[in-house]
Write a new protein. Structure first.
Length: 73
């Protein structure tokens, strides 16, 4: 059940934008590894959290780049 929820969350975030999907995949990989070292069963939760955090980071970065591009014109 956890795997299905992980796939659903990552698919929903990945469908938002191809650039942000890369951030989600990177965050999920890092979070999964970190969760694995924390304890048994935390790898999936770490992957979900890593995906969400990386998605937020890359979205914020994309908004800042758009704002900077608008300010130059």
């Amino acid at each position: 059940m956890r795997i299905i929820s992980l796939l659903a969350v990552s698919a929903a975030l990945a469908s938002a934008s191809p650039v942000l999907a890369t951030g989600c995949i990177r965050g999920a990989a890092a979070g999964g590894v970190a969760g694995h070292f924390v304890g048994k069963g935390h790898a999936v939760m770490g992957a979900v959290a890593g995906c969400a955090i990386a998605h937020h980071h890359y979205a914020k970065q994309a908004r800042a780049q758009k704002a900077a591009a608008r300010a130059q014109h």
